[in-house]
Design a protein around this ligand. Structure first.
Ligand code: PLP
Length: 421
């Protein structure tokens, strides 16, 4: 991933194509007042807000171009099918996949991982085989593999990580055996922010002939993701975390591998012919898109990707790095505050706990100041266990956040400490 680090000042960095005022006015929800105070939205890791450009496309689609995709010969069905396929091409170009057929629309990251765990698992995983994940995964990249291991009597192995949130690659290398069937790791941790060395992980796994799935749910929105450069076999992400609608996501898979995998779900559009005796399946990508897909979502997500591309993805990454540096410096100056995840290469996610204060209490007081952060385990209970905590507070920053909002978070945290201490 192409991210620029750490000590950069906002005015030194690559320019976005719009001013911050223009950007913020693209996102109507950012002018919300929470309890009469300006909303400071720092829960972008959970879901991102949507620009007018995305809202308008979805609205316009329902007004002018709604029909079932790939179903009819009529005018509207043709128009919407063209736009759906154009959205697929937008995704392909955005992640630099080689072929449009390698882009499968799903309901989101979770759905994509479940599809691979089921389909790849059916074809390639058997008794006593091994699957490797990391200790910093979201539940979405743990549970589907656990379920597969239960179905197949296979074994789950977990790459450990250091206190500062860096994967232990030495251990990883030692885990690769003749029985390893797949490696599945996060590109960026949703709690620690760590950007994992996915290219190196892929290179190592491939040297043993083992495919790799990369969970890009927390990476795609923060920088330039190039699946050809990474070399991974699968890359997955969600539309709602990249300024698009929810209920839509992507499964990128290498064509030759997808072609060897059985379909995950049966139904309309994924078939070539059906009789009661036998069904033959459609070609990629339709073989993995059973039923009426979320075509409105796909077209909306493509509008979000276009929005990011027009802003300048490198400039977005650099702005977020500068905001992260400001937040890290500010929060580090609060007495008794510990940041979880201090790797040198991070996306703009910052998790912390303050002394003996309960994260929910802190989160609730911040909320009353209009500051939206996430509290709890962030769907990463094993990670919390690794640190011996039951949860923490997470501020996750987007390019539309401002210096003033970061300062409001820091002073809000200070006030909370004063109130609760
Ligand atoms: N993986 C990571 C790293 C995440 O952060 C998330 C959501 O927070 C997911 C997977 C699941 O994404 P979704 O709920 O959109 O399927």
């Amino acid at each position: 991933m192409c991210l620029v680090r750490h000590t950069m000042q906002l005015n030194d960095i690559m320019k976005l194509s719009k001013s911050i005022e223009e950007i913020r006015s693209d996102f109507p929800i950012l002018s919300t007042k929470a309890y009469g105070k300006p909303l400071v939205y720092l829960d972008n890791g959970a879901t991102t807000q949507k620009p007018e450009q995305v809202i308008r496309v979805i609205n316009e689609l329902y007004r002018t171009t709604n029909a079932n995709v790939h179903r009819g010969v009529h005018y509207l069905s043709d128009r919407v099918s063209e736009r759906y396929e154009a959205a697929r091409e937008t995704v392909r170009a955005f992640i630099n996949a080689q072929k449009k057929e390698e882009i499968i629309f799903t309901a989101g990251t979770t759905a994509s991982i479940n599809a691979v765990a089921f389909s790849f698992g059916e074809r390639f995983v058997g008794k006593d085989d091994e699957i490797i994940i990391s200790g910093m995964e979201h539940h979405a990249n743990i549970v589907p593999w656990q379920m597969l291991c239960q179905r197949k009597s296979a074994r789950l192995k977990v790459i450990p990580f250091s206190d500062d949130g860096i994967l232990d690659l030495e251990s990883f290398r030692g885990m690769l055996t003749g029985r390893t069937r797949i490696v599945a790791v996060a590109h960026a941790s949703n709690v620690l922010g760590t950007v994992n060395p996915v290219r190196e992980i892929v290179r190592e796994a491939h040297s043993h002939g083992i495919p790799v799935l990369v969970d890009g749910a927390q990476a795609i929105q923060h920088g330039i993701v190039d699946v050809t450069d990474i070399g991974c076999d699968f890359y997955v992400f969600s539309g709602h975390k990249v300024y698009g609608p929810n209920g839509i996501g992507v499964l990128y898979g290498k064509e030759e591998l997808l072609n060897e995998m059985p379909p995950y779900q049966g139904g309309g559009d994924m078939v070539a012919s059906v009789t009661f005796e036998k069904t033959t399946y459609n070609d990629l990508p339709f073989r993995f898109e059973a039923g009426t897909t979320n075509f409105t979502g796909a077209i909306g997500m493509a509008a979000a990707l276009d929005y990011l591309s027009a802003l300048g993805r490198q400039a977005v990454a650099e702005r977020e790095q500068a905001l992260l540096a400001r937040a890290t410096a500010g929060l580090s100056s609060v007495g008794g505050l510990r940041i979880y995840g201090t790797a040198p290469d991070k996306v703009s996610v910052i998790s912390f706990l303050i002394g003996g204060l309960h994260p929910y209490d802190t989160g609730m007081i911040l909320d009353k100041m209009g500051i939206a952060v996430r509290t709890g385990t962030h769907c990463a209970q094993p990670l919390m266990e690794r640190y011996g905590i039951t949860g923490n507070i997470r501020a996750s920053i987007a390019f539309y956040n401002t210096d003033e909002e970061i300062d409001a978070l820091v002073s809000g945290v200070r006030k909370t400490v004063e109130m609760l201490a």
